[in-house]
Write a protein of this length. Structure first.
Length: 563
């Protein structure tokens, strides 16, 4: 999330922040509907949305920001989302950006932060990137409460009858830690519990995170938590969270976390930042509650879906839109000259050098995503996120290519110039909204399609691949899921973000490939089936040189290195 370029603001952002009540006032949110976390952050209570609906206010228009497949230079999807919103507000529109919350794993891992960049950030950046309002800690605690209850039932051999050999509920933590992918618990003798194998996922991959992001209200949250699959009895019958009486206490831990967080951008535009599922191993969208709240209070809502169109946008449409009953009216597809050259085969160290041949070859990746948007009936505007060393010839080449394939296009300079650098992009988005009207919801597959057919349609219609290959283990798991009555759920493909295929090295626009599904997991509470492909893992590891190496606290107590 955000552009990786270094940038020093000429003004102190800390001194330009406005009170959060002013952000609320821009959206027509009364002070009585705010629960403040200091002067610049607040949670918005659900009564604000109810009041807007009771007043008969027409819901706003929804803009989905996505991107080409990610590259080492960063495409700036979050930065573009924020900058576009700032430009819309500057143009007199009542606009708000709805984003995901950063996870501490990537913050201390490779990325160093997830709040946009340059003149297009959400603030206060240090607080949002670190503990924020405690949502991810609450999700971690709720998830691990259920884990503790599982082992407590096993220890006391409760009448629930859960089989210790058939527990599927893992533990989580909000950090990258490869050493916890496979562990043993309950060691140390009879008083320490029942020994068994266990795994840790990162909190962003937790089903509780997905549930928080997809729940429509508190009652729906509790219902979904009760539907979480914990494991099986010896007779292979399923055990759910409600069987362990966990749903009430888990809901209690998530009571505050369910409320969206209101902050602001550098230019003073309002931002709702809530929930943070990854898109490569989860469904990659901010919360349904925040989206609906934004639509109730703004004329235009800009939101993003994680990574490229093949992951975040596909899941946004097939999972979130189905669940929430919303649909994007337009799409902004972010790319860069560096990304196109990388997808054209240029080494990451050489993408700053002119290479028109590679750039033109790499645009196949951009074209694939535009074709998918067109097949879904969503009008798309390409945003070329400008870097300072971009050549005009290469920018023009991308623009001409977009025109040739029937896509509108604008150069975006919001990193360096904030909303001012997004004026052209904002105007093209507004023109698109006016020209195309309200989009008709279209989905990649039908819910009553068999799970394997759903996967095949995603591979063929979104990735541009040949077929899906489901391993025998995964086939057996799908049969069990269907027998339990969950075969009609959407599919959440857990796949590398770097390629349209399941091979991270197959950059650009690969063709004729097969996607291999090695395992499936039922997320009955969230309401989807996770299909694990290739070598994707649900607990990332830290890189050789993690971002945490360069972080600390300055002499005046200020955060350093969190960008």
């Amino acid at each position: 999330m955000g552009n990786t370029r270094s940038f020093n603001l000429e003004v102190s952002l800390a001194t330009t922040l406005r009170p959060v009540q002013e952000m609320a006032a821009q959206l027509g949110i009364a002070d009585e509907h705010l629960f403040s976390y200091g002067p610049q952050m607040a949670k918005v209570l659900p009564g604000s949305t109810v009041a807007q609906q009771a007043a008969g206010r027409k819901p706003g228009r929804l803009i989905l920001v996505t991107a080409v497949n990610p590259t080492p230079s960063g495409e700036g999807k979050t930065t573009t989302s924020i900058g576009l919103t700032q430009a819309l507000v500057a143009a007199g529109k009542r606009a708000v950006v709805a984003l995901r919350e950063p996870s501490l794993g990537p913050v201390f891992g490779m990325k160093g932060g997830g709040c946009g960049g340059g003149r297009s950030q959400v603030l206060p950046m240090e607080d949002i990137n670190l503990h924020f309002t405690g949502d991810l800690h609450a999700i971690t605690s709720a998830h691990n409460l259920l884990s503790a209850l599982v082992d407590n039932h096993l220890h006391f051999r409760s009448d629930v009858g859960l089989d210790s050999r058939r527990v599927v509920w893992p533990r989580v933590m909000d950090m990258n830690d490869r050493a916890l992918r496979h562990v043993n618990v309950g060691l140390g003798g009879p008083t320490q519990g029942v020994p068994r194998e266990e795994r840790f996922d990162i909190t962003a991959a937790s089903e509780v995170m997905a549930i928080l992001a997809l729940a429509s209200d508190g009652d729906d949250l509790k219902r979904r938590l009760g539907n979480v699959l914990v494991g099986y009895r010896a007779d292979r019958s399923p055990v759910f969270g409600r069987d362990l009486k966990a749903d009430g206490a888990m809901s209690l831990l998530l009571r505050q976390a369910l409320r969206p967080n209101l902050v602001q951008t550098v230019d003073g535009a309002p931002a709702l930042v809530h929930a943070g599922p990854f898109a490569n191993i989860a469904h990659g969208c901010s919360s349904v509650i925040a989206t609906k709240m934004a639509l109730a209070h703004a004329d235009i809502v800009v939101t993003e879906a994680g990574f490229g169109f093949d992951l975040g946008a596909e899941k946004f449409i097939n999972i979130k839109c189905r669940s929430a009953g919303v649909y994007p009216d337009a799409l902004v597809l972010v790319t860069t000259t560096k990304a196109m050259k990388f997808h054209g085969g240029v080494d990451k160290k050489e993408v700053s050098q002119p290479n028109m041949a590679a750039l033109k070859k790499g645009m196949g990746n951009l074209t694939r995503h535009l074709e998918t948007a067109r097949n879904l009936g969503i009008p798309a505007v390409v945003a070329i996120n400008r870097f300072g060393d971009d050549s005009d010839d290469e920018l023009q080449a991308i623009h001409q290519h977009c025109v040739s394939v029937g896509a509108d296009c604008a150069v975006s300079d919001v990193y360096a110039r904030g909303g001012e650098g997004g004026v052209e992009l904002a105007q093209r988005v507004l023109n698109t909204l006016e020209t195309h009207g309200t989009a008709t919801p279209t989905f990649i597959y039908e819910l009553d399609d068999p799970a394997e057919v759903k996967m095949r349609k995603i591979v063929q219609k979104v990735y541009g691949g040949k077929d899906v290959v489901v391993d025998s283990k995964a086939k057996a798991q799908l049969r069990k899921i269907a027998k339990m009555g969950f075969g009609d759920l959407p599919i959440c493909m857990a796949k590398t973000q770097y390629s349209l295929s399941d091979d991270p090295k197959a950059i650009g626009r690969p063709e004729g490939f097969e996607v291999h599904v090695r395992e499936v997991r039922l997320s009955a509470g969230a309401g989807f089936i996770v299909a694990l492909t290739g070598s994707i893992m649900t607990m990332p590891g830290l890189p050789r040189v993690p971002a945490s190496d360069h972080m600390g606290v300055g002499p005046n107590g200020e955060a350093q290195g969190v960008f």
